[in-house]
Design a protein around this ligand. Sequence first.
Ligand code: FAD
Length: 306
Amino acid sequence: MTAFPPLSGQPPEIQVSFEFFPPKTPEMETQLWHAIERLKPLKPRFVSVTYGAGGSTRERTHATLVRIRRETDLEPAAHLTCVEASRAEVDDIARRYWQAGIRHIVALRGDATAQPYRPHPEGYAYAADLVQGLRRIADFEISVAAYPETHPEAPSPQADLDNLKCKIDAGARRAITQYFFEPAVYFRFIERVRAAGITVPIVPGILPVTNYRQLLKFSALCGATVPPRLAYLFEGLDHDPETRKLVSATVAAEQCQALMAAGVKEFHFYTLNRADLAYAICHILGLRPAPETVGAERRAGRMETS
Ligand code: FAD
């Protein structure tokens, strides 16, 4: 049994952040902005926007972040990868972010289009090098990625942990994890992280499952274990999106509850540009809209369901 919060008394104090991807079409842009409006009253610590492989979404990521900065009071965080780019190009993008008032970067290596990975001859080879480079450009707040089940290209779990330490020592202030499903995976990882002398927050990345088949494919690539229990829970729901959504919220909320029972107070949600699941999960966890935004939140809720 997982421990749910008490039905009376103070709700637990949790902090959340939400991750979005830059929209490709006007329709996707409308969907993204409905999601942002809906989630905004939950006062996330930051909202981040991903950066496509090899800079493929460079302009769209930039435009999305600038609009968030300009039109909301949310703190935008720009994902930035260094794969297949020179240091000069990456530095230039970072400078543009700073000039646009974006102060938080999620610094990543990214995935190469051709395997095996080879650093760009004039580029930052790994995320740790990128963190160092960013520190030279401006006083960014920097987050990095962490892998509770080890990055698939790492020579060993210990080498991957050493790499995380390098990223933190280079100046990253927090790590956000790859998604995982079993809380025990996160707890074991945290034990190793703390034993390695890493003290920064390691924020669990939570992926509410929207498409089980895609999840299997993606997890095989990124090395995340999908427990057999999930196959059973999503069985027969391929053509039943409503039930799938309810199951998905339940699974993710239980996962978060188990983490909270062990003292975790911060979560990063991979929203896939949809607010409904993340909002419902946050509600179950006890997170409520800030009082002054309740009216706006209701309007945004109506917009999304209309
Ligand atoms: P690194 O920390 O550089 O590590 C990559 C691999 O190299 C690891 O196996 C590491 O152990 C190894 N390594 C590190 N240093 C060395 C060295 N000196 N010698 C040999 N091996 C070394 N991808 C995108 O394209 N866009 C995004 O917006 C994006 N956002 C993400 C957000 C989060 C929270 C997470 C968890 C991942 C995200 N990714 C994104 C995916 C990420 O780019 C890939 O997982 C990528 O393969 C690794 O990036 P990294 O920053 O973890 O790399």
